[in-house]
Design a protein around this ligand. Sequence first.
Ligand code: ADP
Ligand code: MG
Length: 553
Amino acid sequence: MDGDTDLKAFFGPKPRENPLGAVVGGSLSGGLQVKLDARLTLERLAVGRYVVIQGRSGRKFFGLITDIALDATNPEIAQRPPDQTEPFLEEVYSGGMAYGTLHVSPMLMLDEDDPAPRPIKTIPAHFSTVWEASPQDVERVFGAEDSSHFYVGTPLEMENVQVNLDLSRFVERSSGIFGKSGTGKSFITRTLLAGIIRSGLASSLIFDMHNDYGWAVKDEAGREYKGLRQLFTDGRVSVVTLDEATSRARNSKYDEVLTIGYQQLEPEDIEMLADLMGLSDIQTGALYYLRRRLGPSWIAKLLEQEDAAQELTDLVESGRIVAGTLDAIQRKFESFFTRMGFLVPGAGDDIVDRIFQRLNMGTSVVLEFGTYGNMLAAYILVANFLTRRIHQRYVQRKNLAAGKKADEPRPLMIVIEEAHKFLDPLIASHTIFGTIARELRKYNVTLLIVDQRPSGIDDEVMSQIGTRVTCLLDSEPDIRAVFSGVSGASELREVLARLDTRQQALILGHAVPMPVVVRIRDYDQAFYKAIGLVEGEDLARRAKRGAETLFGQ
Ligand SMILES: Nc1ncnc2c1ncn2[C@@H]1O[C@H](COP(=O)(O)OP(=O)(O)O)[C@@H](O)[C@H]1O
Ligand SMILES: [Mg+2]
């Protein structure tokens, strides 16, 4: 027999259980008012909990408590409450003239003859009974854990129920992780990445600003957690560092050191940094002209590492560039390039191709910034530089695949932190990240943006974010931003405002059947084991793979 029909039998009220109350008003857009049963006390309930409503037609509704209120039939009660010394009067009033009201947002409906929960299109009739959802009800809605449904945490007050995220939907569109600093964004991101890597649904390219993902992550109390490279010891994760000295000092394992040759840099790469480098519009515009005139070694020439004195003088004399502009550019380049140790003179190597190959083979790449993570300019430069070029290869590969000349490129999810720096309204329309968010997954590339200030992200980009995992936020504009384009948002705000300060999140959108408040699972030994890490397996597996490559051909 199919499991759904089995489950259906116990969806909703259990025998002998008392209902919470009855629906007394409301609307589809504004949510339902539920008058609490007189025998129950409000104080047992909390926003973020689930209810099941038994409609009059046999249809059941599944919803979320989004607010709780005290009401009275007679306004006099507020002015003249019963005397505290008269328990009898208090009892007479309570539940009768004075009662509790729940505000419930209905989210899904279940028809008697169709086991699958569907989005809500109508509401239950007057006086329909409302029950607290049982763990089984919640389980039915969020499905069982399987190769693409990943256990992210538990609903509030239901430690034994799993909320499983549909990872194939999560990577199918761009997604976001939001929340104030210290709320657990990096932990959630690492947890989800572990699930995605294990599932093989997409490769990830992770721009790891604060050394949160690759190797031996420390929290503020000095406790150490395993990075992704330690969880996947079989080559599914590779670490590329920008700062070899720091990686070595931290004893972190890395597979490769990233350097970018001056000749690989184009004016577009520098333009992204105009603000941070203090380049004026005129100076930025002049970069394109300089690149055209000076050729591939334009940067070495501007830094006077290659003799170009005559060439530069000629440019000024030709009148196309003012001496002051050229001087300013040279000064700013000088101070910038000396700080970026990973930018090296010369033609550079084929690092972009190597990273593309790895991603396309299913290996995820963590780009570790080391101390460069404190330099926003380094982060923006490298993330833009690699993303533009890797995206370009995806476009080429996808076009070849369309002509049946190559395989489809493997889906890629690019992870960036401080996303508003890449996607603010002024630049989102002409940066690669804005392009990727807007083109959806046309070329099999999506974004995972991690940000503490979602209000800084362009509205149009936000509207493309399919799944939003939001920890506590307290600024009004940020809260508004994460709910942009979400129906029923006003009620969910109450839920968001009441999250714990860490390790709790409201998840909504493409990868969940309905909005859900989750206590995120612990990132600990039990998690490592669940992900499949077996201590000591590393060498054995390696040896096996080694033998296969030796004898396999
Ligand atoms: N899932 C989790 N498991 C264990 N500890 C967590 C978890 N989520 C958050 N924490 C704790 O909260 C701290 C802050 O989390 P972090 O992800 O660094 O926040 P953010 O990236 O939002 O600034 C962590 O250092 C850790 O101690
Ligand atoms: Mg963080």
